[in-house]
Design a protein around this ligand. Structure first.
Ligand code: COA
Ligand code: AMP
Length: 630
């Protein structure tokens, strides 16, 4: 069957299609019904089933004779460490950790926050929660205390599992003070914390609250897998919306298992036993789906890579890891390839390694620019697949399913909709747009298994953000088009979310932080084009009247404020002071126009602009930062 046959088979009988895929999962009680319509455009999949995620990701492989196969390869060029964990070891380690968590009172439905770097223990913590039916929420290690505190207050975790530190090139990230700071800031207090002490830093534990990862497992009974309902939340993952309050995307257990397992063969074309590597971070959705759950559920070997594409130690790291661990399918972000290409445009490092094991490369997280794709194709001589997805969906919306059929590549397009997704381009009023015309990208409801059924603690926000604008559709927040051959093109966001080095960030969130500076009366943050990171945030600051301190001092304080409040990962380093912001007569800040000026693109003067002269001031300010030069 080719792509069209599979897509049509899904379209003809969506529930039958997913019931068939569900057979690949080990159920405690198999689903009798696929889809549940809960009314008001809310749907759930496999709600009547009973299942355990950890069983499917770990134990069943041991039962089925894969116990000695390597489950996790840890490769850390930053700490010069390599380690392998077999499925049977993983089962034992996870069962012990789960047993210790249970002994301290963690039960099905309790939330557990995980704040860990790229070490195997991060995956073990996730799996231990899944084993108990506890709902984990992994917080990216590059986030500051304040961001962690916001997530603690929203998820209200019974426990927090953290490492003593993370490692960035040339510096140790002290996680423990960040964690302590977050718990101080948060209103909700966890019952206890579990700290994994790394060799690079031994953190001070707070007696009665903090337990040592090893010590607290001593003498406990290992835990068995706890069956949960198909619609039980597997995890909550916070992602950026338009405000500083992140959205807690809920991942439903059964659909997650069925969908991810389907993608491993059909999209990524790997068989059980093959090595699959996603060079992302467990703090992001790519890490959840394709470092932890997808490969393990499917019986693959997954790689936990603690390093960067360049500088750890050089631009050949990716190729070294691929060749050394026999990676068959490799997943990274375009920005990582741009970083490698910048240091090694001619691929001198590529030539040093035997990459015959590598069969395909997958890119996601941001738009894959044609130059980067062509460079990767030339260097690696394998299909380079752009595929589009979001934290909300948890897996690919549009892509090129190599395990079914290799569709011809069209540069700039992540190819075609995956089964489960009926993608439509709509105008502002919700009418379908003609082929080739730009509009809002929406997906006809219901979304497929594994996608979000809601936001944690925020039903009204869920409906408002995704369901209300186009009734009967899921609003993706992306704009784009579909061509005559059915290829999808993702062009821009329709909201204030920007994408910095494959990381999704809220300009609204940064504005809230800047506005808290005592000298800032008003501000705006936009995403300007960057050759390496895709976009970079740039802030405009209007000062309160009477403030006459040097502007560069205020700018420096603002940069530090964003770093302290959101984290270094926001990469907020560009800001300037302006007298006024360009607005419409109704007071809406013209961010899109400022982006066009910064990027030296042509733009139409908005008809509703209050005072066009302000745009010249904005251009001058941007020029001082090296933008708007064209
Ligand atoms: N913990 C603490 N700090 C972190 C961190 C973490 N887990 N990850 C990044 N940071 C810090 C970095 O040290 C850097 O700090 P600095 O401002 O002091 O230099 C800042 O956050 C920005 O980090 P990063 O985005 O990694 O930029 P970089 O300039 O260090 O490296 C790239 C550039 C392109 C190599 C890097 O962005 C990259 O590897 N991108 C790929 C992203 C990716 O895989 N995304 C997954 C989505 S699919
Ligand atoms: P995240 O939720 O962090 O995965 O970010 C999702 C957003 O990243 C999408 O809504 C897009 O804006 C962007 N994105 C992800 N993958 C792609 C892609 N292949 N092409 C274009 N944009 C992408």
């Amino acid at each position: 069957m080719g792509y069209n046959d599979v897509y049509q088979a899904w379209k003809a009988d969506p529930e039958g299609f997913w019931m068939e895929q569900a057979k690949a999962i080990d159920w405690v009680e198999a689903p009798k019904q696929a889809l549940y319509d809960r009314g008001d455009h809310i749907y759930e999949w496999f709600a009547d089933a009973k299942v355990n995620t950890c069983w499917n990701a770990v134990d069943r492989h041991v039962e089925n004779g894969r116990g000695e196969q390597t489950a996790i390869i840890y490769d850390s060029p930053i700490t010069h460490t390599k380690r392998e964990i077999s499925y049977v070891e993983l089962r034992n380690r996870v069962a012990n950790l789960a047993g210790a968590l249970r002994a301290k009172g963690v039960e099905k439905g309790d939330r557990v926050i995980i704040y860990m770097p790229m070490i195997p223990e991060a995956l073990e913590a996730m799996l231990a929660c899944a084993r108990l039916g506890a709902v984990h929420s992994v917080v990216f290690g590059g986030f500051a205390s304040n961001e962690l505190a916001v997530r603690i207050d929203d998820a209200k975790p019974k426990a927090i599992i953290a490492a003593s530190c993370g490692m960035e090139p040339g510096r140790v990230i002290h996680y423990k003070p960040l964690l302590d700071g977050a718990i101080d800031l948060a209103k909700h207090k966890p019952d206890f914390c579990v700290i994994f002490q790394r060799e690079q830093e031994v953190a001070k534990l707070i007696e009665g609250r903090d337990y040592n990862w090893h010590g607290f497992q001593f003498g406990v009974e290992p835990a068995e897998c706890v069956p949960v309902e198909g619609n039980h939340p597997a995890y909550i993952l916070y992602t950026s919306g338009t405000t500083g309050q992140p959205k807690g995307v809920i991942r439903p257990t059964a659909g997650h298992l069925v969908a991810l397992n389907w993608t491993m063969k059909n999209l990524y074309n790997v068989d059980p036993g093959d090595v699959f590597w996603a060079a992302s971070d467990v703090g992001w959705v790519v890490g959840h789906s394709y470092i932890t759950y997808g490969p393990l559920v499917h019986g693959n070997t997954t790689i936990v890579f603690e390093g960067k594409p360049v500088g750890t130690p050089d631009a050949g790291t990716f190729w070294r890891v691929i060749s050394e661990h026999k990676v068959k399918s490799f997943f990274t972000a375009p920005t990582a390839f741009r970083a490698v290409k910048r240091e090694d445009p001619k691929g001198e490092f590529v030539k040093k390694y035997d990459l015959s094991c590598l069969k395909a490369v997958y890119l996601a997280g941001e738009r894959a620019d044609p130059d980067t794709i062509v460079w990767a194709q030339d260097q690696l001589k394998v299909p380079v697949i752009d595929h589009w997805w979001q934290t909300e969906t948890g897996w690919c919306i549009a892509g090129n399913p190599l395990g079914i059929e290799e569709l011809p590549t069209k540069l700039g397009s992540p190819a075609k909709p995956m089964p489960g997704y009926d993608i439509q381009i709509l105008d502002e009023a919700g009418h379908p747009m003609p082929k080739g015309e730009l509009g809002a990208i929406a997906v006809k409801l219901p979304l497929p298994p594994g996608t979000l059924p809601g936001l944690w603690n925020a039903e009204a926000r869920f409906k408002k953000s995704y369901l209300e604008h186009f009734p009967g559709y899921y609003e993706t927040g992306d704009a784009g088009m579909i061509d005559d051959d059915g290829y999808v093109y993702i062009m821009a966001r329709t909201d204030d979310v920007i994408n910095v080095a494959g990381h999704r960030l809220s300009t609204g969130g940064m504005e809230e932080v800047l506005a808290s500076h005592p000298d800032v009366a008003e501000c705006a943050v936009i995403g300007v084009t960057d050759q390496l990171k895709g976009q970079l945030p740039l802030g405009f600051l209007c000062l309160s009247s009477g403030v006459n301190r040097p502007h560069d001092e205020i700018v420096k304080e603002c940069v530090k404020l964003v770093r302290d409040k959101i984290g270094p990962v926001a990469a907020f380093k560009l800001a300037c002071v302006v007298d006024r912001l360009p607005k419409t007569r109704s007071g809406k800040i013209l961010r899109a126009t400022m982006v066009k000026i910064a990027d030296s693109e042509e733009f139409k003067l908005p008809a509703t602009i209050d005072d066009p002269a302000i745009l010249d001031e904005i251009r001058e300010a941007l020029q001082t930062l090296g933008y708007a030069k064209g």
